[in-house]
Structures are given as structure tokens and as C-alpha cells.
Design a protein around this ligand. Structure first.
Ligand code: NAG
Ligand code: NAG
Ligand code: NAG
Ligand code: NAG
Ligand code: NAG
Ligand code: NAG
Length: 556
């Protein structure tokens, strides 16, 4: 749920100097031999072009990604980004290759591999588990695919596998970001043993080095934004109710969202256009405006021209995590200059009237604790079968205690225990929920937008800058901002991880009102196209997989 508090606190004491990394120019084209897209960076459109031209097939792509995962997942840098591969992926790819030739593409994602965070359900008959990283759900049989998975399959996407995550989407308690019982500690590809942030850690790591074309994560508060930030990616945390949570192992229906983590805003817009939409199994989606926009129509490099962007400084000045990090502040000030250079008016400050109250409010915890128990109990009950025998949150706590080798229970159960102690959605709960909406939306994001006649807000992604949008149910679009300099003081972030560290990325977030994704994507795209920050620095050498399509195509 939250980015890991201990590790992010470390950023406070680092005395970093912002140094721009060297721009890595794309490989020069060699016209004498067939050129394949470099899978480290390859976009959906680039891969579609190669697939359409018959240069390679979706079967080739799946084989290449499987080989790349094998290179770095449990060997070499041991990134532990991927939990399971889909044993049906090659067969699905072969069918979609035939279909491309006979009846044509179903969508922009036809034949494109996608990796899902392990809290997003896929039917067990296909061969994969859905466990949120916990052994308590190993071998469990879900009733059906998640709503977003149904949409992806209909669009012809290939589910490549399941990504590691912070167990229970980091609702478990004081475990390190990116750790799960089943997957172990997942690691950032930008520095050995660096924290990848969570809870959509594996999705972020996998997208960052091309272990797959695109990925899905989930965000309750920060869990797409933070891994996007730490892994040099575009991330979209959508408005509550734009994407279905049916079949997603829950924290809270009042805050959970599903969204893409990708190497570019364009890829994120393609994925969001396909997964967004109404789903009768998640009635929060019924309130969304229809039709779902084609978010790729938002991709205009001049989108910031003449627009008004506000800086709600108090959100991060009062954030004890990032407020005193000069590296983050210097990078952020440079971003504001870039936004101005793109023709926008930057209104600074444009504070949320509720900012100081948000900093001390405990309402979010009350809502999540109550919802988690109700909804997790319902998840266990909904299962057709669960070999562990666990049928409730209470039994999960017992399971963890009984299986210390797999689930490290002692001292790591605090959130589960806190949630188990709640007694349902009583008047305190509904007051907290209403108060959250007031703090995040009415007297928060909406008030700031209205007072200054703004189109969007902009904030650094690190730290707790996600809280207002989380409690309001409002969208965030994150893009790469900068990389920690090579002389940054390396600090411990958890039992097995460090943060900050040389070359580890941070992001920039655009925020807005409900269902403002179209504009936010446009602004993020304009910023991305102007800066191309992602390309300025690569992962450390051992974390860059070497297998390419040229090693696969035409070989048996
Ligand atoms: C789940 O994981 C177990 C253990 O890794 C594996 O044997 C099984 O095939 C996986 N898939 C399903 C659907 O249970
Ligand atoms: C969804 O349905 C439940 C009961 O089925 C109801 O309590 C809730 O208010 C509905 N929510 C929305 C957003 O329609
Ligand atoms: C919600 O937050 C407000 C502002 O911090 C606080 O006054 C109130 O007590 C909180 N509600 C609960 C139930 O904690
Ligand atoms: C609601 O339940 C919580 C525990 O979940 C409890 O702390 C609180 O006092 C209850 N409120 C009321 C009004 O009973
Ligand atoms: C695909 C893959 O490599 N999965 C591995 C994830 O990590 C667990 C724990 O080490 C392994 O058992 C899986 O094989
Ligand atoms: C709750 C809190 O710490 N509020 C502070 C936020 O920052 C402003 C400006 O520095 C202070 O005036 C508030 O007291």
C-alpha cells in the first residue's frame, strides 16, 4: 500500500547533487542485416510494425522475453521481478499469429505480451496462480479472470506471467518494499540491491529492462506511482472506477485502482484505453463517463501550450520524506522550468487548502483497515478451492505464524492484526470515508484547481505525494524526472536493500480531478517528449538482459 517508510526516510538525510546522466543515443541502423527492435526499449507500436511486416512473430516475442527473464530473474543480479511464467503463453501466441494473418489484428495489443501483478486474477486452468505473493493462496482456484484480464484477452494481448510484489500489496505490515513470501526480495535494475519500491515492484522492474512489453500494477496509495518513479517508467494510477477491480485481490474498494507501468506514456495510453471501461462485477465502474476515451488521442507534444499547472508545495514541503531532499527539489525546480518552456503558466504555490490536515489525518488508515478485513474475507470465501485451508484474515495471520520459514511472521503482521481488530463499516468508518473525500477532493485537489483556474497539478513522485489523490480517488500520471547522482550516499532501505543509490531514478507526477486522465496523459507526454529523461541512463550492466529477437528468429 505505502512505499516503505523506513527506506524513504533515508532520502531525507542524503546530501545529493543533481547531475544529469549522459544521453544514450539509439543504436545506429545497419541496413545490411535485418534490424529488430531492441527489447530493452521496444514500444508497442514498434513491435506491432515488426509483427505486421512478418519480421518476427508473437511466438518469437514470447520466447525472447522468457529467455530475458531467465537471464536476470533468479540468476545474475537476481532481480526476482517475475513470480510465474504462463505455461499457455506460447500456444496463445501461436493462435494470435495465425489470426493476425487470417483476419487481422484485434487491437493495438494484439499479440503483445503483458505481465500482471500477482494480485490480478487469471483462471487457474491456464496454469498460473493468483496469490498476492502469499503461500496462503498457492494453488487456489479463482472463480474467473479479473475484469481487466477479460478485456486484455479480448484485445488479443498475451498474458506472459505474474509479477512479484510487496506481499498483499504492502498491506501486510512492516516488510520491505518488493518482498513477498513466494517471490522473495525483488530488486531495482538501476543499482545492485536497490529498492524497487512497491507494491507493484515486479511490474516496475520487468518493464524497466524489457522483460516484457508492458505491465499492469495496482495502486491504493502510491503503489504504481512509486515503482514508476524508482524504475524510470511512465505509470498511470487511474481515477477510482475507471478500471475494474473485479478479480483483484483487494485492499479497499474505496481506493484500489489498476493501471499500466510502461516505458513510455504512449504505451501506457494504449494499455489504459484497453483496460478502462464498465464492468458489472465492479459497480464503481458504472459511474464512469462513457464512452472511454481513446487515450492515444491525447498524445500531443504541444499539449502544455497555454495550460495552467499548479504546484501544491505544501504537500511535499510538509512531507518529511522528500521535503528536505535537495536532489529531489533541484530536479523538481528544473521540471517546472521545462513545463514553462513548453508554454504553460506555472502557478506556484497552488496549495491544497486541506494540506496541513492531510499531513496529520488518520482517516485513510481507518478506511483501509476496515475494508481490508471485509474484502479479504470475501476473497477467501469466493475461492472455488484453497489448498492451504485459509478462509479468512484471522486464519491468514495464523497461517503466517505457523509457516515462519515461508512467511517471516514475527513483527511483520502488524497491519494484518490491526485490520483484523476492526468491527465493520460503522459510523466512524463512514465519517472517515466522507472526511477523506473532503480532504482529498473537495477541500483538496478540486479546491486548488478551482481557486487558481488550473488544468492540473504537478508534484515530485517520491515520498507521500500520492495521499491526496489516493483518498480522493483521483488520477496520477507519472513520468521519469531524474537519476540520483553517482556520488549519492548509499543508505540501507531494508534487510536486503539500499536507497538512495547512484543512478536510481525518480519521477514527476501530474495530478488532476476525477476522470482527467486524458489531459494528464497529454501533459505527461509533452513533458516526456521534451526531456526523454528515460533514455539518459540505463540499468547497471549485469541487469540488462542480452537476449534479443535476433537470437530467436529463425533459430529452433
Ligand atoms: C501454482 O504454483 C504451483 C507451485 O509452484 C504449481 O505447481 C502450479 O502449477 C501453479 N499453478 C496452479 C494453477 O496452481
Ligand atoms: C455497489 O453495490 C453495493 C451493494 O451491492 C452498494 O452498497 C454500493 O453502494 C454500490 N456502489 C456504487 C458505487 O454503486
Ligand atoms: C479524520 O481526520 C480529521 C483531521 O485530521 C480528524 O479531526 C478526525 O478525528 C479524523 N477522524 C477519525 C475518525 O480519526
Ligand atoms: C467503529 O469500529 C471501530 C473499530 O473498527 C471502533 O474503534 C469505533 O469505536 C467504532 N465506532 C463506533 C461509533 O462504534
Ligand atoms: C519465473 C520464476 O523465475 N519464478 C521464480 C520466482 O521466485 C521463486 C522463489 O525463488 C521461484 O520458486 C520461482 O521459480
Ligand atoms: C502539519 C504541518 O506540518 N504543517 C506545516 C506545513 O508546512 C507549512 C509551511 O512550512 C507550515 O506552516 C505548517 O505548519
Amino acid at each position: 500500500m505505502y512505499p516503505h517508510r523506513i527506506l524513504t526516510c533515508i532520502a531525507l538525510i542524503c546530501l545529493a547533487v543533481f547531475v544529469q546522466g549522459n544521453f544514450v543515443s539509439p543504436a545506429r541502423r545497419d541496413t545490411s542485416t535485418p534490424q529488430f527492435p531492441d527489447l530493452y526499449e521496444a514500444s508497442v507500436d514498434e513491435l506491432q510494425a515488426g509483427l505486421d511486416a512478418g519480421q518476427f512473430t508473437s511466438v518469437d516475442l514470447v520466447k525472447a522475453y522468457f529467455a530475458r527473464i531467465e537471464e536476470v530473474n533468479l540468476q545474475g543480479p537476481e532481480l526476482r521481478a517475475v513470480l510465474e511464467l504462463n505455461p499457455s503463453a506460447l500456444a496463445l501466441a501461436a493462435e494470435l499469429d495465425v489470426e493476425r494473418k487470417t483476419t487481422g489484428k484485434r487491437s493495438a495489443l494484439h499479440g503483445i505480451p503483458i505481465l500482471l501483478k500477482d494480485n490480478i486474477a487469471t483462471v487457474a486452468s491456464e496454469g498460473m496462480n493468483t496469490t498476492a505473493g502469499s503461500f496462503s493462496l498457492l494453488g487456489s482456484i479463482v472463480p474467473r479472470d479479473a475484469g481487466v484480464v477479460t478485456r486484455l484477452r479480448k484485445a488479443g494481448a498475451i498474458i506472459l506471467g505474474k509479477a512479484n510484489l510487496s506481499e498483499w500489496a504492502h498491506f501486510r505490515g512492516n516488510v520491505a518494499s518488493g518482498w513477498s513470501g513466494r517471490g522473495g526480495q525483488s530488486l531495482n535494475a538501476y543499482f545492485p540491491n536497490a529498492d524497487p519500491c512497491g507494491s507493484s515492484s515486479g511490474s516496475g522492474i520487468a518493464a524497466s529492462i524489457g522483460l516484457v512489453t508492458v505491465t499492469l500494477g495496482t495502486e491504493t496509495d502510491g503503489s504504481i506511482t512509486c515503482p514508476a518513479s524508482h524504475n524510470n517508467l511512465a505509470g498511470i494510477k487511474p481515477t477510482l472506477g475507471l478500471t475494474s477491480r473485479a478479480g483483484v485481490i483487494p485492499i479497499s474498494e474505496h481506493q484500489d485502482t489498476v493501471g499500466p507501468l510502461t516505458r513510455s506514456v504512449t504505451d501506457a495510453a494504449i494499455v489504459l484505453s484497453i483496460i478502462a471501461g464498465k464492468d458489472p462485477n465492479d459497480n464503481f465502474t458504472l459511474a464512469q463517463p462513457s464512452p472511454v476515451p481513446d487515450f492515444t488521442k491525447a498524445l500531443n507534444p504541444n499539449a502544455l501550450q497555454g495550460r495552467r499547472i499548479g504546484v501544491p508545495r505544501r504537500v511535499f514541503l510538509n512531507d518529511t520524506i522528500t521535503g528536505n531532499d535537495p536532489f529531489v527539489n533541484v530536479a523538481f525546480e528544473a521540471a517546472l522550468e521545462t513545463i514553462k518552456s513548453l508554454g504553460a503558466t506555472v502557478v506556484d504555490p497552488a496549495n491544497l487548502p486541506s494540506a496541513d490536515e492531510i499531513a496529520i489525518s488518520n482517516n485513510e488508515t481507518i478506511v483501509l483497515d476496515v475494508d481490508f478485513k471485509i474484502q479479504l474475507d470475501a476473497w477467501f470465501t469466493s475461492l472455488i478451492r484453497n489448498p492451504s485451508g485459509v478462509r479468512s484474515l484471522a486464519e491468514l495471520i495464523q497461517f503466517d505464524n505457523d509457516n515462519p520459514a515461508e512467511e517471516e511472521p514475527e513483527g511483520f503482521e502488524d497491519h494484518l492484526i490491526e485490520s483484523e481488530a476492526t468491527t465493520g463499516r460503522n459510523s466512524t468508518f463512514f465519517q472517515s470515508l466522507a472526511f477523506d473525500h473532503e480532504l482529498g477532493a473537495t477541500r483538496g485537489i478540486d479546491a486548488a484547481l478551482k481557486a487558481h483556474n488550473l488544468d492540473a497539478l504537478v508534484l515530485p513522485a517520491p515520498g507521500f505525494t500520492t495521499v491526496p489523490a489516493a483518498i480522493a480517488g483521483y488520477p496520477i500520471v507519472t513520468v521519469p524526472l531524474a537519476f540520483y547522482p553517482d556520488d549519492v550516499v548509499i543508505a540501507s532501505a531494508g534487510p536486503e536493500t539500499v536507497y538512495p543509490a547512484p543512478g536510481v531514478p525518480i519521477g514527476l507526477s501530474f495530478l488532476g480531478t476525477a476522470f482527467s486522465e486524458f489531459d494528464l496523459i497529454a501533459f505527461a507526454f509533452a513533458y516526456e517528449q521534451k526531456t526523454h529523461t528515460r533514455l539518459a541512463r540505463k540499468a547497471f550492466a549485469a541487469a540488462i538482459p542480452t537476449i534479443q529477437l535476433s537470437d530467436i528468429v529463425g533459430k529452433s
